[in-house]
Design a protein around this ligand. Structure first.
Ligand code: ADP
Ligand code: MG
Length: 219
């Protein structure tokens, strides 16, 4: 397994967002987190991305427990794409290359990686276009490309299609499945759409009031 939550709870000023959640994500799988608004989906993803700290319970990556000591290094294991994506006011190429530049990857290698990822998100030949002129669905794919290009083995998507029309939602679903297949990336996505939760993933967990009510395979 790539990631695991063990008995994770999270409270915000007395409000329980997650209540004793245990969850395993296997290497290379697509996992859906289905639940209504307010059920704790975003909180769960943030805890798995090591953006939020659980109030109690533990997080593991590759069987190793996350602690204050290894936190920075463990953060490389997972990348989260937020529900409201923000693109930088520059070209698609610069948007996707940004994280790699920070990591001081050589320019020719960056070019190669960016081009490969743009193919996967179906934005090839978009390198020179300005990100903030793109449609919502295209911007969502830029955000996805920025996460995928970093090479994390786990990518967490918070309601990736919530604000999109059915056609653009279908493209995102296709991109998720291509990325999973071609890059071997495990993908956990949150959704309130039962149909999406049925078609795309191998496994589903149903979240209600911060608890996992049910989990199982989707077929
Ligand atoms: P979902 O993503 O399923 O809509 P969230 O994880 O955003 O659910 O929220 C779960 C619960 O935790 C909600 O009651 C929400 O109001 C609360 N919550 C989430 N984040 C915070 C925060 N930063 N401060 C206070 N309450 C929060
Ligand atoms: Mg949410």
């Amino acid at each position: 397994m790539i990631a695991e939550l063990r008995n994770v709870s999270k409270t915000f000023n007395g409000i329980t967002a997650l209540n004793n959640v245990s969850l395993e994500v296997n290497k290379g799988e697509i996992f859906a987190l289905l639940g209504p608004s307010g059920s704790g989906k975003t909180t769960l993803l943030k805890i798995m991305a090591l953006i939020e700290k659980p109030s109690s319970g533990e997080v593991y990556f590759n069987e190793e427990r996350v602690s204050d000591k290894n936190l920075q290094q463990m953060r490389m294991q997972a990348t989260m794409v937020f529900q409201k994506t923000v693109v930088f006011n520059t070209t698609i190429y610069n948007n996707v290359a940004y994280g790699l530049k920070l990591r001081k990857i050589p320019e020719n290698k960056i070019k190669e990686k960016v081009n490969d990822i743009l193919k996967i998100v179906k934005l090839e030949n978009f390198e020179k276009r300005l990100a903030n002129r793109l449609s919502g669905g295209e911007q969502q794919r830029v955000a996805l490309a920025r996460a995928l290009v970093l090479g994390a083995k786990l990518v967490l998507l918070d309601e990736p299609t919530a604000n999109l029309d059915p056609r653009n939602a279908a493209i995102i679903e296709e991109v998720i499945s291509t990325a999973n297949r071609d890059l071997g990336t495990a993908i956990v996505f949150a959704t309130h759409n039962i149909f999406q939760a049925r078609s795309l993933p191998q496994r589903i967990a149903l979240l209600k009031n911060g608890r996992i009510e049910q989990s199982g395979t989707s077929t």
